[in-house]
Every structure is written in C-alpha cells, then in structure tokens.
Write a protein that binds this ligand. Structure first.
Ligand SMILES: Cc1cc2nc3c(=O)[nH]c(=O)nc-3n(C[C@H](O)[C@H](O)[C@H](O)COP(=O)(O)OP(=O)(O)OC[C@H]3O[C@@H](n4cnc5c(N)ncnc54)[C@H](O)[C@@H]3O)c2cc1C
Length: 422
C-alpha cells in the first residue's frame, strides 16, 4: 500500500477500533469516531460514587485476560504502560428448583452442599468432566465437521447432569449466550476454544489477569498517548464510497471525508451504516446476528448459592433444568475477580432482573454479543477478501471468537494491510 500519509476515519471506539487507531496513527492521520460520549465499547468500568466503598472501580464488560491467549492485547498494554494483576478464575452453578449447587473450588466448593458427597448424579457429572476432556482432545485431532455441541454430547452419551449442570452453563457463560442456543454452536469451535485456553486439562492452565484500577485504565492510557483525533458522541448514520474518497455522514447530518474508512462496529451495524454495500460485503456481514444481554452491577447476594463456600468468580444461575428465562443468568463475583478490598460484596449479573432487588442495583447497561453459527463462522475465511476492498476496512471481535484478544487482533490485521505491525 502507498507510503503517502492518508486521512483515515475509524468508526467504533471499542478495543478493535482503538487498536486500529493506535497502530495506523503511527504513519497516517487518524480520526477515531465513537457514538457514545466515552470510548471503550464493551470496556466499561463503574466507579462507585457513594457509600463505604466510594471510588472503587468495578468492571462491567471486559474483565479478564490471561497470560497465554492474549498476545496482541498484552503487547498493547505494555506499549501503553498498563498494569495488570492476577485474578482468580473459578466456576459455580446453582439450580434454584432442585437446590443443587457446586463450585469448581476443590474440595470446599464441590462439597459446599454436603448432599453432593452421596449424590450419584453429582459423581456422574464429575466423571463426565474428565471424559469430556479426554474425548474432546482426541476428536479435535481429526475434526468434528458439522456436529453441533448438542449432537456431540448426545453422540458420546454424556449424562443429563453433565449437560444441564455443567457443560451447557459453562459454555453459555463464556459466550454470554442463552443455554438453548449454545447447543446449536459448532462443536469444533467450542472444543478448539477450550483446548486453546487450556481448559481440557487440569494442569498448565493459564494465569488469569485483570487490569489494575479497572479496565478503564487502559482506555485512559491509550487516550493520553494517542496522536490522532477522537470524535466522541458522534453516531455515524452512513458511510458512502465516492469516486476518490469515503464520505462519513453523521446522525446530525454533518459530514467528513476520508481516504480510507475502517468499520470497527459490530457486523450488523457495519452492514446497516454501509450505503450501497457490494454483494460480497452484504452477504458476509448479514450472516452475523447478535444476542442482547442486560448487565447489572449490584450488591444482591440472591444471585449466589446459599453457602459462601460455593461462591465462584463466575456463577451460573438456573431455574430448573430447562431454564424458563430465555436469556441466561450468570454473575461475576467482582470482589474475587478484581481482588477488591471493599466492605460490601459486588456482583455483575447478566440478565438477572428477576433476582436483583431494585434497591440493590447500581448500574445497568446493554451489551450485544455475536452469535456463532455454522453460517456466521463460514464468513471468517472470507473476511480478509473484503477487507480494504475499495477503501473500506472491517474489524471487530466477531472476526474471531468474540473476545478482547479477537478484537485487538482484528484491529492489528487492518493495520497490517497498511504495512504496519505491532
Ligand atoms: C458482559 C460481557 C463481558 C465480557 N467480558 C470479557 C472478558 O472478560 N474478557 C474478554 O476477552 N472478552 C470479554 N467480553 C467480550 C468483549 O466484549 C469483546 O471482546 C470486545 O470488547 C468487543 O470489542 P469490539 O471492538 O468488537 O466491539 P465494541 O466494544 O462493542 O465496540 C464497538 C463500538 O462501536 C460503537 N458504535 C456502534 N455504532 C456506532 C455508530 N453508528 N457510530 C459510531 N460508533 C458506533 C459502539 O458504541 C462501541 O463503542 C465480554 C462481553 C460481554 C458482553
């Protein structure tokens, strides 16, 4: 690509747009455009404003990364001088109807409910955890083709307890997706993700981390050092290819012209704002749909199992084996994840409206997560072909597994198209 300085507009100030903006600004004039009054997208930290813990930063969106699977993000953090600290990852589950609960803390959490010791269903679940790891590692060597997670579990005869009380809740929690949808996820993608993250073995697991001072710290560090322009509170309505430039039209009808534009918004939004998309852009982007999650920061312990010894960093709450709430409900125990030294316990719960007392709610936000189907995943190999075609580029966590590293890596991939690396 040309070595002249280009005028580049980047739409979307989440991790994908921030990464592309940071790298491209080394050689080009960059304007980062964000709809909201602040940058961050899914990076959202609430600073407690009152009460005994006033001033404490609590993360409500992006919370954790690890030292093995986040190389792009870790490099950026080191360039920005962002400090990270060890976190503590554990998983817990509670079924309100049957009163069954456990957490992955051995032995305290596993047997926090003493009846687990004599429950055949619990021991079958426990046995299936090891069986799943063994079978998954073996089957990944040959590939699982078009098998869904549901079909994979059925094919290998996993117990109802393992499916309903473990693998479905864990996977639904990881992908912020309702349990019913998770069974339709491509098995191979899920298994590869678990394998890649060291979740199919009990040894050599990565060390999980959080950003010291809350994830907002990295946004602040980026903004302090970024050499380009930032245009906040500026929702884009349309992006139009002109003969020799790209026009960005804002909701307030003002316009800006750029030599190149990067769409760092979710795929469905990119499709919406792109005026006159080319047929392959339209086909690829329209295969992505998103699941909306309501995320609430609060202090209501009702979302956690009755015994503290079963309180895990991630805690899934179910009402009966077939959860009646169509959205999945899970809570992050923030004191444990962020090592908070607060007087109160703080939780961030996804879709917990039924459980959280209104008086205990601190803030609620809505976040959309990409939905992974065979159809949407089939676009991954094609994304590179539309990237940069006729002066428009794409990035976003949807270009990978949907996590922060995927967003950062997709921003890096755009920069690489301009010959710029990390
Ligand atoms: C509750 C929750 C917790 C999560 N926790 C983790 C975690 O701990 N670790 C992890 O690795 N991943 C986590 N994720 C995944 C994480 O959200 C994604 O990896 C990543 O942050 C998404 O980045 P993005 O840049 O693709 O999108 P976003 O962060 O959503 O950024 C897109 C940006 O585009 C802006 N925008 C949209 N429309 C317009 C418009 N018309 N004009 C201008 N701007 C626009 C939006 O306002 C937004 O700022 C979590 C996700 C959720 C939902």
């Amino acid at each position: 690509m040309s070595s002249t300085t280009l005028n580049i507009g980047i739409i979307g100030g989440g991790i994908s747009g921030i990464t592309a903006a940071w790298l491209l600004s080394r050689r080009h004039r960059v304007t980062l455009i964000e709809k909201e009054p602040q940058l961050g997208g899914h990076t959202h930290t609430h600073i407690l404003g009152s009460g005994p813990d006033a001033g404490t930063p609590i993360d409500m969106g992006f919370i954790v990364l690890n030292d093995r699977n986040y190389p792009t993000l870790l490099t950026l953090f080191s360039q920005w001088g962002v400090r990270i600290q060890n976190s503590d990852m554990s998983f817990g589950f509670e079924d309100k109807d049957s009163g069954f609960y456990y957490s992955s803390d051995v032995p305290r959490g596993l047997f926090a409910r003493w009846q687990n010791l004599i429950s055949p269903c619990f021991w079958r679940l426990f046995w299936d955890v090891f069986r799943f790891n063994r079978i998954a590692a073996r089957e990944l060597k040959t590939g699982l083709g078009h098998l869904t997670l549901g079909q994979f579990l059925q094919q290998y005869g996993f117990s109802r307890a393992y499916i309903d009380f473990h693998i479905v809740p864990v996977s639904a929690a990881v992908w912020s997706t309702p349990s019913e949808n998770i069974l339709d996820f491509p098995a191979e993608s899920i298994l590869r993700f678990y394998n890649h993250h060291g979740l199919l073995t009990l040894a050599h697991r990565p060390q999980w981390k959080t950003v010291a001072g809350g994830s907002v710290s990295y946004i602040q560090a980026f903004e302090k050092q970024f050499q380009g322009a930032v245009k906040k509170a500026s929702p884009v309505r349309h992006v139009k290819r002109m003969t020799d430039k790209v026009k960005v039209i804002f909701e307030d009808r003002t316009e800006m012209d750029f030599d190149r534009v990067v769409l760092a918004t979710h795929a469905d939004i990119s499709r919406q704002i792109l005026a006159h998309p080319q047929p392959d852009e339209s086909r690829i982007l329209s295969k992505w749909s998103y699941i909306r999650n309501q995320v609430t920061l609060h202090t209501d312990k009702q979302v956690m199992p009755p015994r503290r010894s079963a309180w895990a960093s991630w805690s899934y709450l179910q009402i009966g084996a077939k959860q009646r709430n169509p959205a999945m409900t899970m809570s992050y125990y923030m004191n444990r994840l962020q090592r908070l030294k607060t007087r109160d316990d703080y939780f961030v719960t996804l879709n917990g409206d039924t459980w959280i007392e209104p008086g205990r709610r601190i803030e609620s936000v809505l976040f959309d997560h990409p939905c992974y189907t065979f159809d949407s995943l089939s676009t991954h190999p094609e994304l590179d072909a539309i990237n940069g075609k006729d002066r428009i580029f794409y990035c976003g966590a949807y270009c990978g597994y949907g996590f922060h590293e995927d967003g950062a890596r997709s921003g890096l991939a755009v920069a690489q198209k301009f010959g710029i690396g990390l």
